[in-house]
Design a protein around this ligand. Structure first.
Ligand code: PMV
Length: 328
């Protein structure tokens, strides 16, 4: 029996990953930059054993169906193939999210799975190699190997595509991200399908790519100088531009709901009152607001006049992946 367990935290991109150059290897079209957060994480244990006749996957205590298990098996197959190993595995995952708000993240899930596999098989993987492995599960997972800020170097091969920590001299600990939960009841277009359609059909996609290098440079400069407004401005602009590409796709689509637009407007209104805060969004209607810790209470008070408090979840900068002891 070979057993391993890991915990990984989710991350939110400030400069987004949007589009793959190679779907099989999950090589992205552009570099991206994220902040790992403490509020949402996944713990995953993996046991490989000779007695298993197939892979099994349970999530939050519930055994998953063939479709969900197949996604995990696909990753396990990669590990088995890469490390010349043939046993089936039992995978048990638990998502720690403050509410059942559909915020379970592929980034924390696949990073934890990669970590658990490497622990179980005692693979001598350093952070770079672990990041590379996690990337094959879900692109954004490669950034969750690291705490604080991380940049995914797009690379041009399996070897050269991985994330790296961006040291910020502890500045990340002065920041917060406030999640505003927006449930629009609309069926999701996964990030995978959304980015594929956009790359293949959106007339705005080339414009997105043209601005990435400048955005990244601005974000990194802002981090180096601990310049919150500069980081916030580029985060908000980059996120909007990513979402702009979906409107040019064929057929067009958007992740925004009326409530998302409402929250964006509230952020702008807060800013007008002198409260520095900036929003970003991913492949869904929830809005995430970047704010300095010192202004968090003021922001929450401002939002309380317009939103119910249950819709808000506060997150701070989180740590990188940790390998854990396996309970037997
Ligand atoms: O790694 P995926 O397939 O979940 O894609 C993530 C895409 C975005 O969340 C929209 C952007 C990002 O960089 O995380």
């Amino acid at each position: 029996m070979y057993a391993g367990k890991a915990r990984a935290y989710t991350n939110i991109a400030l400069i987004k990953y949007w589009g793959k150059k190679n779907e099989q290897l999950i090589l992205p079209m552009n570099n991206s930059l994220s902040l790992t957060l403490d509020a949402f994480y996944t713990e995953t244990s993996v046991i490989f054993d000779e007695s298993f006749i197939e892979d099994s996957f349970s999530l939050d205590g519930t055994l998953q169906d063939a479709k969900q298990t197949a996604k995990v098996s696909k990753f396990l197959d990669l590990v088995r193939q890469q490390y010349k190993f043939s046993l089936f595995a039992k995978v048990e995952s638990q998502n720690f999210v403050p509410t059942a708000a559909g915020l379970a993240s592929s980034a924390s899930g696949l990073a934890a799975l990669a970590g658990a596999c490497s622990a179980a098989l005692e693979l001598p993987l350093d952070e770079t190699e672990l990041s590379r492995l996690a990337r094959r599960g879900s692109g954004s997972a490669c950034r969750s190997i690291f705490g604080g800020f991380a940049e995914w170097q797009k690379g041009d091969s399996d070897q050269s595509s991985f994330a790296q920590a961006i040291p910020a001299d502890g500045w990340e600990n002065e920041l917060a991200m406030l999640f505003v939960l927006v449930d629009d009841g609309v069926k999701d277009i996964s990030s995978r399908d959304g980015m594929k359609r956009t790359v293949e059909t959106s007339s705005f996609y080339s414009g997105w790519l043209e601005t990435i290098d400048a955005d990244l440079a601005t974000a990194k400069q802002a981090i180096a100088k601990k310049d919150f407004n500069k980081l916030g401005e580029v985060t908000e602009a980059n996120g909007l531009r990513m979402h702009g590409t979906t409107l040019g796709a064929v057929p067009p689509f958007t992740y925004w709901s009326p409530e998302s637009l409402n929250v964006m407007q509230l952020v702008r209104a807060a800013r007008k009152q002198g409260l520095a805060c900036y929003f970003t969004m991913d492949a869904g209607p929830n809005v995430k607001i970047l704010v300095e810790k010192k202004n968090l209470t003021a922001l929450k008070n401002f939002l309380a006049d317009h939103l119910s408090e249950e819709k808000l979840i506060t997150a701070y900068a989180g740590p990188g992946i940790t390998l854990m002891p396996v309970e037997r």
